[in-house]
Design a protein around this ligand. Sequence first.
Ligand code: NCD
Length: 448
Amino acid sequence: MSSSGIHKLPSSKECNVLVFRGVRAVDPSSNLDAIVDVVVEGKTITHVGPNAAECVFGECVFEVPHAPGALLFPGLFDLHTHLREPGQEYKEDLASGLAAAAAGGFTDVCAMPNTRPVNDNRAITEMLVLKSRTIGGTRLHPIAAITVGQKGEALTEMADLKEAGAVAVSDDGYCVTRSDVMRRALEYASTFDLPVIQHCEDHALTAGAQMHEGIVSTKLGLRGWPRVAEDVIVARDVILAEYTRARYHVAHVSTAGALRILREAKSRGIRVTAEVTPHHLLLTDASLLGYNTACKVNPPLREDEDLSVLREALADGTIDCIATDHAPHSPLEKDCDLHDASPGMIGLELCVPLMLGLVRKNILPLSRFVDALTAAPAKIAGRTASRIKEGAEANLTLVDPDAHWTVTPDRLRSKSKNTPFIGQSVTGMVVMTVVGGAVAFDANEKPE
Ligand code: NCD
């Protein structure tokens, strides 16, 4: 009771019972796509079904407000983010990165090891786990380096790293180009059932490259990154993965050629998986015609023909998951010549609206969208996938698919604002993110 004697309604964060009444719950892993009530009590989903909330009442029950047509998903899982801590906290830190993740609907994110220093040891992996737990909200799963210092030579202590909480190994940002090192990395990682995530780039073929090699790079007079620089690494690695029987994952796949190789490998039962970023599904090299540094990414934005092949492959499951490759950079690295700009764009807070655009255009089935952002990446990281079913831990993402909003820097929780989507209006908004029964993000509450 407030001092005025009027009851103040409890906020979502104060209640230990959450009721989602009449939402469209979509969880392909539970064979669920229906209008239902979902009740969360404490950490657990206790009721799922039509009118399941009828018997739930009490002082501290929070009825989650939502628009008609709201969608409830299992908590989203991002296999590929850069949270920049330790070392580059001016771009992002764990608190801002995890807040951006929660605002983007992600209950789980994997953090790449290209920090300063590189996460190639137990101490950094443990620090990330412990500090992220203290921050709370979205859960962080570290990905540790494949090689010491990401130098492509000596392997890291993967036994230690796994024990400290690493869910995978990757030298992301750099490719493990030496075949002997990659072979041993696959063998060693498979002993601990860790997937090896490769940044597929033959650096000898991309030296000095600023963008995709094609007509646009020729027009702009910029050195290009040919598709084959990705394809040759994927081809070699698939051969090594078959030989070693290890788990191999292609980060941010971007070419039709790499997909042809992956499709063939999968058809022969080789343990390969792949992810694609929203920007590689939506943008082409033409967006660099104005030398927009926000569009400089690794691998580079390709051409229309790649886009359509990537979209098809995501829809049919050849590409297992969508990963943001959230790569924050400050104005220092982006407000400069294209040549001097660092590659990367942020992605956590735009993934849901951008990818729902593909669903609306019938390019991506809704069930595939959900799987590609929940069960599929969780499986690759060896984590229990979030589910919408009675008894499951309550990790949930509530989305209003019809809400329009304009992407402005002040709406983004990430410290960095490097995205070419600034100024654009998008449709689809994350309304609430629940992690382990606790509200990690509520669009109806002002940030503290
Ligand atoms: C990544 C980053 O900024 O850490 N950038 C990117 O464009 N994806 C590293 C990288 O993969 O080059």
